[in-house]
Ligand binder design. Structure first.
Ligand code: GRF
Length: 210
Protein backbone atom coordinates (compact mmCIF):
# COMPACT_ATOMS: atom_id res chain seq x y z
CA UNK A 1 0.00 0.00 0.00
CA UNK A 2 1.37 3.40 -0.94
CA UNK A 3 -0.12 6.31 0.91
CA UNK A 4 0.25 10.01 1.06
CA UNK A 5 -1.64 13.00 2.23
CA UNK A 6 -3.01 14.37 -1.08
CA UNK A 7 -1.10 17.40 -2.21
CA UNK A 8 -3.21 20.49 -2.76
CA UNK A 9 -6.06 19.08 -0.67
CA UNK A 10 -4.49 19.31 2.76
CA UNK A 11 -1.96 22.11 3.07
CA UNK A 12 -1.03 21.06 6.55
CA UNK A 13 -1.57 17.50 7.77
CA UNK A 14 -4.08 17.30 10.61
CA UNK A 15 -2.75 15.39 13.63
CA UNK A 16 -4.73 14.05 16.56
CA UNK A 17 -2.32 13.17 19.37
CA UNK A 18 -3.28 10.62 22.06
CA UNK A 19 -1.65 10.87 25.51
CA UNK A 20 -1.88 9.31 28.97
CA UNK A 21 0.76 11.18 30.96
CA UNK A 22 3.24 14.00 30.97
CA UNK A 23 2.97 14.66 27.23
CA UNK A 24 6.53 15.78 26.52
CA UNK A 25 6.34 14.13 23.08
CA UNK A 26 3.09 16.01 22.49
CA UNK A 27 4.83 19.24 23.50
CA UNK A 28 7.64 18.59 21.04
CA UNK A 29 5.04 18.17 18.27
CA UNK A 30 3.16 21.31 19.35
CA UNK A 31 6.42 23.28 19.27
CA UNK A 32 7.37 21.91 15.84
CA UNK A 33 3.93 22.68 14.42
CA UNK A 34 4.41 26.38 15.24
CA UNK A 35 6.57 26.49 12.09
CA UNK A 36 4.25 26.53 9.04
CA UNK A 37 6.99 24.80 7.05
CA UNK A 38 6.69 21.75 9.30
CA UNK A 39 3.68 20.59 7.29
CA UNK A 40 1.47 19.43 10.15
CA UNK A 41 -0.76 20.87 12.85
CA UNK A 42 -2.09 19.32 16.05
CA UNK A 43 -5.87 19.73 15.70
CA UNK A 44 -6.84 17.84 18.87
CA UNK A 45 -5.42 15.94 21.83
CA UNK A 46 -7.15 12.85 23.19
CA UNK A 47 -6.61 11.12 26.52
CA UNK A 48 -7.86 8.06 28.40
CA UNK A 49 -7.76 9.83 31.78
CA UNK A 50 -8.25 13.25 33.38
CA UNK A 51 -5.83 15.41 35.28
CA UNK A 52 -2.68 14.71 33.30
CA UNK A 53 -0.04 17.18 32.21
CA UNK A 54 -0.63 16.20 28.57
CA UNK A 55 -4.13 17.73 28.76
CA UNK A 56 -2.75 20.85 30.45
CA UNK A 57 -0.27 21.21 27.58
CA UNK A 58 -3.15 21.06 25.08
CA UNK A 59 -5.06 23.71 27.00
CA UNK A 60 -2.04 26.02 27.18
CA UNK A 61 -1.55 25.62 23.43
CA UNK A 62 -5.24 26.36 22.75
CA UNK A 63 -5.77 22.94 21.17
CA UNK A 64 -9.12 21.18 21.74
CA UNK A 65 -8.93 18.10 23.94
CA UNK A 66 -11.18 15.14 24.72
CA UNK A 67 -11.11 12.37 27.31
CA UNK A 68 -12.55 8.89 26.69
CA UNK A 69 -12.22 6.75 29.85
CA UNK A 70 -12.37 2.98 29.62
CA UNK A 71 -14.22 2.89 32.97
CA UNK A 72 -17.10 4.94 31.50
CA UNK A 73 -17.89 2.22 28.96
CA UNK A 74 -19.43 -1.22 29.49
CA UNK A 75 -16.95 -3.01 27.25
CA UNK A 76 -13.60 -2.40 25.60
CA UNK A 77 -15.39 -2.54 22.24
CA UNK A 78 -17.71 0.28 23.32
CA UNK A 79 -14.72 2.33 24.52
CA UNK A 80 -12.94 1.77 21.21
CA UNK A 81 -16.04 2.91 19.30
CA UNK A 82 -16.38 6.04 21.44
CA UNK A 83 -12.69 6.87 21.04
CA UNK A 84 -12.91 6.36 17.27
CA UNK A 85 -15.92 8.69 17.10
CA UNK A 86 -14.14 11.43 19.06
CA UNK A 87 -11.04 11.14 16.87
CA UNK A 88 -13.11 11.17 13.67
CA UNK A 89 -14.80 14.46 14.68
CA UNK A 90 -11.43 16.18 14.22
CA UNK A 91 -10.86 14.72 10.71
CA UNK A 92 -7.21 13.77 11.23
CA UNK A 93 -4.88 12.78 8.42
CA UNK A 94 -2.74 10.97 11.00
CA UNK A 95 -3.23 9.88 14.61
CA UNK A 96 -0.20 9.84 16.92
CA UNK A 97 -0.10 7.62 19.99
CA UNK A 98 2.50 9.47 22.07
CA UNK A 99 2.63 7.82 25.47
CA UNK A 100 -0.98 6.60 25.18
CA UNK A 101 -1.07 3.62 27.54
CA UNK A 102 -3.96 1.68 25.99
CA UNK A 103 -4.11 -0.79 23.13
CA UNK A 104 -6.12 0.75 20.30
CA UNK A 105 -9.01 -1.33 19.00
CA UNK A 106 -10.30 -2.14 15.51
CA UNK A 107 -12.65 0.86 15.20
CA UNK A 108 -9.80 3.34 15.66
CA UNK A 109 -7.42 1.37 13.46
CA UNK A 110 -9.91 0.84 10.62
CA UNK A 111 -10.65 4.55 10.32
CA UNK A 112 -7.18 6.02 10.81
CA UNK A 113 -3.49 5.69 10.11
CA UNK A 114 -1.94 5.57 13.58
CA UNK A 115 1.72 6.08 14.47
CA UNK A 116 3.14 5.05 17.86
CA UNK A 117 6.37 5.90 19.61
CA UNK A 118 7.89 3.22 21.83
CA UNK A 119 10.89 3.52 24.21
CA UNK A 120 12.85 0.47 23.02
CA UNK A 121 14.29 -1.00 19.84
CA UNK A 122 11.40 -3.16 18.63
CA UNK A 123 10.88 -6.04 18.28
CA UNK A 124 12.81 -6.21 21.57
CA UNK A 125 10.88 -5.23 24.67
CA UNK A 126 7.34 -4.50 23.46
CA UNK A 127 4.65 -3.54 25.97
CA UNK A 128 4.25 -1.12 28.84
CA UNK A 129 7.51 -1.84 30.73
CA UNK A 130 10.02 -1.65 27.91
CA UNK A 131 12.66 0.41 29.72
CA UNK A 132 12.53 -1.70 32.90
CA UNK A 133 12.76 -4.93 30.90
CA UNK A 134 15.66 -3.74 28.76
CA UNK A 135 17.59 -2.77 31.90
CA UNK A 136 16.78 -6.07 33.61
CA UNK A 137 18.01 -7.97 30.54
CA UNK A 138 21.33 -6.13 30.69
CA UNK A 139 21.39 -4.76 27.14
CA UNK A 140 24.16 -2.27 26.32
CA UNK A 141 22.08 -0.22 23.91
CA UNK A 142 18.38 0.47 23.77
CA UNK A 143 16.54 3.31 22.08
CA UNK A 144 13.20 4.18 20.56
CA UNK A 145 11.03 3.11 17.66
CA UNK A 146 8.43 5.07 15.70
CA UNK A 147 6.10 2.65 13.93
CA UNK A 148 2.72 2.27 12.29
CA UNK A 149 0.21 0.68 14.65
CA UNK A 150 -1.41 -2.61 13.72
CA UNK A 151 -3.68 -4.83 15.81
CA UNK A 152 -0.78 -6.29 17.82
CA UNK A 153 1.11 -4.86 20.78
CA UNK A 154 3.99 -2.79 19.31
CA UNK A 155 4.18 -5.11 16.28
CA UNK A 156 3.46 -2.72 13.40
CA UNK A 157 5.86 -1.76 10.60
CA UNK A 158 8.88 0.23 11.81
CA UNK A 159 9.30 3.71 10.32
CA UNK A 160 12.42 4.85 12.18
CA UNK A 161 14.60 3.92 15.15
CA UNK A 162 17.33 5.60 17.18
CA UNK A 163 19.89 3.98 19.45
CA UNK A 164 20.62 5.13 23.01
CA UNK A 165 23.51 3.68 25.06
CA UNK A 166 22.70 2.09 28.42
CA UNK A 167 25.02 3.19 31.24
CA UNK A 168 26.22 0.85 33.98
CA UNK A 169 24.52 2.84 36.75
CA UNK A 170 21.28 3.63 34.88
CA UNK A 171 17.99 3.07 36.63
CA UNK A 172 14.62 3.03 34.87
CA UNK A 173 14.15 6.77 35.32
CA UNK A 174 17.57 7.89 34.07
CA UNK A 175 17.49 5.58 31.06
CA UNK A 176 13.91 6.51 30.16
CA UNK A 177 14.72 10.23 30.36
CA UNK A 178 17.77 9.76 28.09
CA UNK A 179 15.64 7.75 25.64
CA UNK A 180 12.85 10.34 25.74
CA UNK A 181 15.14 13.20 24.75
CA UNK A 182 16.10 11.24 21.61
CA UNK A 183 12.55 9.96 21.12
CA UNK A 184 11.06 13.47 20.97
CA UNK A 185 13.47 14.49 18.21
CA UNK A 186 12.82 11.30 16.26
CA UNK A 187 9.05 11.62 16.53
CA UNK A 188 9.11 15.24 15.38
CA UNK A 189 11.36 14.40 12.44
CA UNK A 190 9.23 11.43 11.40
CA UNK A 191 5.88 13.21 11.70
CA UNK A 192 7.10 16.19 9.71
CA UNK A 193 8.51 14.01 6.98
CA UNK A 194 5.41 11.79 6.81
CA UNK A 195 3.29 14.93 6.42
CA UNK A 196 5.53 16.41 3.74
CA UNK A 197 6.68 13.32 1.85
CA UNK A 198 4.02 10.65 2.38
CA UNK A 199 4.90 7.04 3.08
CA UNK A 200 5.05 3.50 1.78
CA UNK A 201 3.77 0.65 3.93
CA UNK A 202 3.25 -2.94 2.77
CA UNK A 203 2.03 -4.05 6.19
CA UNK A 204 5.47 -5.28 7.29
CA UNK A 205 8.03 -2.92 5.84
CA UNK A 206 7.51 0.81 5.80
CA UNK A 207 9.44 3.87 4.79
CA UNK A 208 8.98 7.60 4.48
CA UNK A 209 8.34 8.72 0.91
CA UNK A 210 6.34 7.30 -1.91
C1 GRF B 1 7.43 7.74 25.99
O1 GRF B 1 8.71 7.21 26.28
C2 GRF B 1 6.60 6.77 25.19
O2 GRF B 1 7.33 6.06 24.24
C3 GRF B 1 6.14 5.86 26.28
O3 GRF B 1 5.78 6.72 27.35
C4 GRF B 1 6.59 7.89 27.25
C5 GRF B 1 5.66 9.06 27.18
O4 GRF B 1 6.31 10.23 27.54
N1 GRF B 1 5.07 4.99 25.85
P1 GRF B 1 5.55 11.64 27.43
O5 GRF B 1 4.18 11.49 28.07
O6 GRF B 1 5.48 12.02 26.00
O7 GRF B 1 6.41 12.58 28.22
Amino acid sequence: MISAIPRGVTLSARLVVLVSGSGTNLQALLDACADPGFGAQVVAVGADRDGIEGLARAERAGVPAFVVRLSDHPTRTAWDGALAAEIRRHRPDLVVSAGFMKILGPDVLRDHTVINTHPALLPSFPGAHAVREALAYGVKVSGCTVHFVDEGVDTGPVIAQAVVPVKWDDDEKTLHERIKSVERELLVEVMGRLAREGWTNDGRKARIGR
